[in-house]
Design a protein around this ligand. Structure first.
Ligand SMILES: [Zn+2]
Ligand SMILES: [Zn+2]
Length: 284
């Protein structure tokens, strides 16, 4: 079964009824999510300075779509190695030799070593030795956590609309998505880059520290207008905001990767990113 890429996707196009509270959580749909991400990455690659990397991550997303159809019969912490084992042969033709050796090493390691590796990548603190296998390990962690979130997120009690980390897995958001044209003047959902849960969050305050007075939006003149950086002068952090009305097929992870120039701009001004993109550990 296939779905048209142009059909609304609830994860990035939530149904919003005027006068009613927004849905607090948008659970991921793994089958659609990875297919749409691959499409979006190939669309964004054209003319982008990270073109080859975006096309590689699109291939990874294709592999993830196939593996997402396999049953997830264990909690994510114990599941991701099996997902890596399923993903690896699908992606082997696209990998450089260093990555092939590194992924095979990871597959041969004991559970304690694997858990330590997952924790380092989850915390955005890999060692140099972790990097060759990092994209595939992150892809496997996404697979395990996303299928978990697809089942768990709908049963979670209504979270506060000021949560700074993912209600399912505890990650910092990879980006926020702004939906305009609502009676409320717009809604913001924060998106998890690991388990792909999205959660509603109040607008116009810094997600990291809650300050509403020293928040500014920065953007690059003349670009597509999809991505802006919300910078905070109270805590010197920033979060990427993606505008859903500017791009039908928007994907938070893909659009965040493709707007790296904006990260470089605000990074030079001394702002620190809130949450890491799972596929940026190696690209920069
Ligand atoms: Zn999450
Ligand atoms: Zn702040």
């Amino acid at each position: 079964m296939t779905t048209s890429a142009s059909a609304p996707f609830p994860w990035t196009n939530p149904a919003i009824t005027p006068g009613q509270s927004p849905e607090p959580l948008l659970p991921p749909d793994p089958a659609q999510l990875f297919r749409r991400r691959a499409d979006r990455l190939r669309q964004l690659a054209d003319g982008n300075s990270l073109r080859d990397w975006l096309l590689f991550v699109a291939d990874v997303s294709d592999g993830q779509r196939e593996v997402a159809a396999l049953p997830a019969d264990a909690p994510p912490e114990g599941r991701w190695r099996a997902d890596l084992e399923a993903l690896y042969p699908r992606l082997r033709p696209h990998l450089p030799a260093a990555a092939i050796g590194a992924v095979e090493d990871v597959l041969g390691q004991d559970p304690g070593t694997l858990t330590a590796l997952a924790n380092r990548l989850h915390n955005g603190a890999p060692t140099p030795a972790d990097l060759p296998a990092a994209p595939l390990v992150m892809a496997a962690l996404q697979l395990a956590w996303t299928r978990h979130a697809a089942h768990i997120a709908p049963s979670i009690a209504r979270p506060e609309s000021t949560m700074t980390t993912c209600p399912v897995c505890g990650s910092a958001p990879v980006a926020g998505v702004i939906h305009i044209g609502m009676q409320s003047g717009g809604l913001r959902y924060l998106h998890c880059g690991l388990c792909h849960t999205a959660w509603h969050h109040v607008r116009a305050t810094c997600v990291a520290c809650g300050d509403g007075k020293k928040v500014t939006q920065r953007f690059i003149e003349g670009d597509s207008g999809v991505a802006r950086a919300e910078t905070c002068d109270s805590c010197k952090s920033y979060l990427k905001l993606l505008h859903a009305d500017k791009a039908q097929g928007l994907d938070p992870v893909a659009d965040d990767l493709a707007s790296l120039a904006l990260d470089l701009l605000v990074g030079e001004e001394g702002y620190r990113r809130m949450g890491a993109n799972p596929f940026l550990l190696q690209a920069i």
